[in-house]
Design a protein around this ligand. Structure first.
Ligand SMILES: [Zn+2]
Length: 335
């Protein structure tokens, strides 16, 4: 998968200077430094290794950031903005992360204030799905669209909405919780406490639990995983690619539930593009995107379906290098 060059749209009023992007994931932290011309000047990735103490974890991230600046020969006063992509939920008004499930020991963390104090530049933060939506819009599969929906399709299903060329935040910054659209009334229990949510059918964690319960053993999916208790969507997709009957049926079921979620989005938002992350990108055209387009087209008005692009993520593995930068750019453009 190609990695487009980091080339921000410089907006009127944008102060020339370097931008620092910080992507805090449950497993990896990624930092990227971008110059005024939009070139990626330096990057750093490491395991997150949460210590259980948010202050200590953020101090380590700030130290990484300072090291990156020094190595790139950039003085602190040349830093125009810092953009952060962090696991939600985020209290956007206060600039706080609120008990992120992926970061043990992080309670209510004033990330904006802490990083501002540590780095001496304005800090803006978005939850990871919103940040990914902005990154795909500026650098990835969403370039050229004004209205798009991004779905993370990873362990859970996070969503980000870019509408009219702006991130749509909604009440308390919580728009885009597409993973919790009901696709089956009183259906499977979801980690959020409700039932029948999209995430309970197509989220990687929920799907893994189902596959570990029902995958034939012996069978190709279990064999690829080294045991039924270890099955993940990765082995399911690999077996489906080989033509395994069980895997193909599961993939079809997965596509059907994802289509239900997308159909609801199409009627509410009439987006130009729906961009799909991890699992859908990995499954590709033949197993996922093609059948998905057919299912959606059959269930929406042709008027809405004809102009709709359903696309895999354009950034793939390079997403963490772009997410924080895209947040910083969006914030600067909005100011
Ligand atoms: Zn839910």
């Amino acid at each position: 998968m190609g990695s487009p060059s980091v080339r921000p749209r410089i907006q009127r009023g944008f102060r020339i200077g370097f931008l620092l992007g910080i992507d805090i994931g449950g497993s990896k932290v990624a930092l990227a430094l971008c110059d005024a011309e939009g070139r990626l000047r330096a990057r750093l990735r490491r395991a997150t290794e949460p210590s259980g103490d948010a202050q200590a974890d953020l101090a380590r991230i700030a130290a990484d950031a300072r090291r990156l600046l020094v190595e790139a020969g950039v003085g602190g006063s040349d830093l125009a903005a810092v953009g952060v992509s962090a696991p939600g939920p985020i209290d956007a008004a206060r600039g706080e992360i609120v008990h992120p499930p992926n970061l043990p020991g992080w309670g209510r963390v004033p990330i904006r204030a802490v990083l501002h104090d540590a780095l001496g530049a304005p800090v803006c933060d978005e939850n990871d799905a919103n940040a990914a939506a902005l990154a795909e819009w500026r650098y990835g599969a969403g370039r050229g669209f004004e209205d798009l929906v991004y779905l993370t399709m990873s362990t859970g299903v996070g969503g980000g909405l870019v509408l009219g060329g702006r991130l749509h935040a909604g009440l308390r910054g919580n728009a885009g919780e597409i993973g919790h659209l009901p696709v089956e009334w009183d259906g499977e229990p979801c980690a959020c406490g409700l039932r029948g949510c999209l995430e309970a059918y197509v989220g990687g964690a929920a799907w893994s639990r189902r596959l570990r319960r029902i995958a034939p053993d012996p069978g190709r999916v279990a064999e690829l995983a080294g045991g039924r208790e270890r099955v993940t969507p990765r082995e399911l997709v690999a077996a489906a690619r080989e033509g395994d009957g069980f895997a193909l049926a599961e993939m079809a079921r997965w596509n059907e539930y994802l289509a239900r979620g997308i159909v609801a989005l199409v009627f509410v938002l009439a987006p130009q593009a729906v961009i799909l992350g991890t699992i859908a990108s990995a499954a590709g055209e033949a197993l996922c995107l093609g059948p998905l387009r057919e299912r959606v087209a059959a269930r929406v008005w042709p008027l809405l379906g004809r102009g709709l692009a359903i696309l895999p993520s354009g950034l793939g593995e390079s997403l963490p290098d772009h997410a924080g930068i895209a947040v910083a750019l969006h914030s600067r453009a909005r100011d």
